[in-house]
Design a protein. Structure first.
Length: 380
């Protein structure tokens, strides 16, 4: 364990750390309809310590190494400044490394504004690697490679001992999570072959609480996807009115809504049997007991009730549904609501939060794959 003393923190230092922590919501996922509290609650329960802005798993070691090295010759707040310098050197070293796929700062280089420490700070605490963010107490028993940070052996690929240590940290810190389960009982499957978290073969024999949570996530993802698609269709229709010579997406979203309706009908029995009270309890658990806002809960319950009561294929033409989605965006985004703002319509890029909810699975999949490949590394 490395203990770094940060004794003379200034208000500016504390403000910076608070801002870093705030970065760990799903900032990369649009939330036009204001369902993010439910989405993130499920994601935090299934995959705690993860976020949509995380890149590769070795950053869980690269960041502590930068701070440890800074503490050798510096004290107090100077540690942070020097650690940031080392992070920028790390970025340059990785740009020259062979194994650097998915690196942070590949384009901006040392001029990057958001450093890896900002991206991983909350997760480092969640996994018990950063024990105290104020005094900078770290639990990092593995030494950095020779030449760090100017050169980084193996780039972003984990060595075997590093992968074993990171796997142990996650399992110990979040033992009942789906993430920890996949690191133990799902290790035989290449995560890159798994499209969505509910498709993993290890889920069939997972503990009941995990299976139930993943099923809640799957049904919510399926149901709410229709609202997101219809919302995008409404934008596409307005876009065609305002930009008649633009690239129309109306037909594309109409077809996607038809495909969604087919999937809803295929899952109608599961949706009808869905225990919504248990769903909200699961969301609450993932949110650490913090309640979801009334507006979010009302809209989600309204939408699921509508999907169950009506033919999903006809919802796209239902005036009340269209009005409800438009009103929900207005209440959620105020003056920035796209459907009420001509300039926002003109600047539309063809899709706004239209993807199916995956609860950070692309990032989790990378984390799992990095650890899996590191455990198989024979060069350590």
């Amino acid at each position: 364990m490395s203990t770094l003393a940060w004794l003379d923190t200034s208000p500016e230092d504390e403000r910076r750390m608070r801002e870093i922590v705030k970065m760990f919501s799903d900032t990369g996922t649009l939330d036009d309809l204001g369902i993010g509290q439910a989405r993130d609650g499920l994601a935090d329960l299934l995959f705690p310590g993860t976020s949509t802005i995380q890149a590769r798993a070795r950053y869980f070691l690269l960041v502590p190494w930068a701070f440890q090295k800074a503490a050798i010759k510096h004290t107090g707040t100077a540690i942070v400044g020097k650690a940031n310098d080392f992070e920028r050197e790390t970025i340059e070293a990785l740009r020259e490394a062979t194994h650097n796929k998915g690196m942070i700062g590949s384009q901006a280089g040392k001029n990057l504004r958001t450093l890896p420490s900002a991206v991983y700070w909350s997760a480092l605490q969640r996994f018990g690697i950063l024990l105290d963010a104020r005094t900078l107490v770290w639990s990092m028993p593995i030494d950095p490679p020779a030449g760090f940070p100017r050169t980084i052996e193996q780039g972003l690929e984990l060595k075997q001992d590093e992968a074993e240590w990171l796997k142990e940290r996650i399992i110990v810190s979040v033992p009942t999570s789906y993430l920890a389960y996949l690191l133990t009982d799902g290790a035989d499957t290449d995560p890159n072959d798994v499209v969505a978290p509910w498709d993993h073969p290890a889920l069939d024999i997972a503990p009941e609480p995990i299976r139930d949570a993943v099923e809640h996530a799957r049904l919510f993802s399926l149901a709410i996807h229709g609202a997101s698609l219809i919302y995008n269709l409404l934008i596409a229709e307005k876009y065609d009115e305002i930009v008649p010579d633009g690239d129309s997406r109306v037909e594309d979203f109409t077809n996607k809504i038809s495909g969604w309706a087919v999937e809803v009908n295929d899952n109608r029995q599961a949706l009808a049997a869905w225990d919504r009270a248990a769903f909200w309890a699961t969301v609450l658990q993932g949110r650490g007991g913090r309640p979801v806002s009334p507006g979010t809960k009302l809209f989600i319950d309204y939408w699921v009730d509508t999907v169950l009561e009506k033919d999903a294929a006809n919802l796209v033409d239902d005036t009340s549904v269209r009005q409800a989605i438009s009103e929900r965006e207005r209440l959620n985004k105020g003056t920035q609501a796209r459907l009420q703002n001509k300039r926002q319509i003109q600047n539309w890029q063809g899709s706004s939060g239209a993807a199916r909810l995956a609860y950070r699975w692309p990032n989790v999949r990378t984390l799992l794959a990095d650890i899996r490949e590191g455990l198989a590394d024979a060069s350590s």
